[in-house]
Design a protein around this ligand. Structure first.
Ligand code: HEC
Ligand code: HEC
Ligand code: HEC
Length: 128
């Protein structure tokens, strides 16, 4: 015969155990984990709002690339009114000059490897 309270208890324990990583993440706040990032060497603001940059810098880079390569349009005006050269190496890495301590920290954590550096220069590094 089945002992239903015990089966039920077993089931509950089983569910708690298999969902443990989820509970643990929510409780520990690690679900929103961002690696410890190197501060930019200059600039009070990024070229756009930090939240936007965190989630959408790849879209911005893509837009910059298209505007430069297709339209020859190289001047970007930030929300704070500052003007920047639309350039991956010369602009982004001018402030975020420690690529390893910044860009790579997130990308390594996420196991992504943008292929941009096959062609674009990492200032201070020899080309591969
Ligand atoms: C004028 C200097 C400057 C330039 C140019 C610049 N940034 Fe930033 N960036 C900053 C600052 C300052 C912050 C905010 C850091 C903070 O809040 O701790 C930031 C934040 C960020 C963040 C979010 C980091 C986080 O804490 O989540 C990303 C991603 C980023 N920048 C990528 C880029 C990219 C890609 C470019 C080129 C398109 C770029 N930045 C150009 C200064 C700059
Ligand atoms: C706060 C974490 C974080 C930081 C800092 C960061 N990235 Fe990213 N990056 C991401 C995430 C998340 C993605 C998107 C991954 C996806 O959608 O697959 C991404 C994607 C990209 C992509 C698109 C890759 C592709 O193949 O589609 C480029 C290009 C890129 N990042 C450039 C940079 C550069 C340049 C810097 C430094 C100036 C930088 N990122 C800093 C988190 C970060
Ligand atoms: C096959 C080589 C190659 C690869 C790979 C490549 N680019 Fe480029 N990119 C170029 C060339 C060539 C230009 C034009 C340079 C110019 O006119 O200043 C350019 C221009 C750009 C520009 C505007 C000018 C500048 O100085 O940055 C941006 C932004 C850009 N690319 C972003 C990216 C990003 C982001 C990636 C990776 C997701 C990437 N590129 C991958 C070759 C490449």
């Amino acid at each position: 015969m089945y002992d239903s309270p015990k089966v039920l208890l077993g089931l509950v324990i089983f569910l708690v155990l298999i969902t443990f990583p989820i509970w643990y993440n929510i409780a520990g706040g690690t679900a929103e984990y961002v690696p410890e990032l190197e501060k930019p060497v200059k600039g009070e603001n990024c070229v756009a709002d930090t939240e936007y940059m965190r989630s959408s810098h790849m879209d911005l880079l893509n837009t910059w690339r298209n505007e430069v390569v297709r339209d020859g349009d190289r001047v970007y005006t930030a929300p704070d009114g500052k003007k920047y050269n639309k350039s991956l190496s010369q602009t982004c890495l001018d402030c975020h000059s420690n690529k390893e301590g910044f860009c790579d920290k997130c990308h390594d954590y996420l196991k992504i490897e943008p292929y941009c550096w096959d062609c674009h220069i990492i200032p201070g590094k020899e080309m591969k």
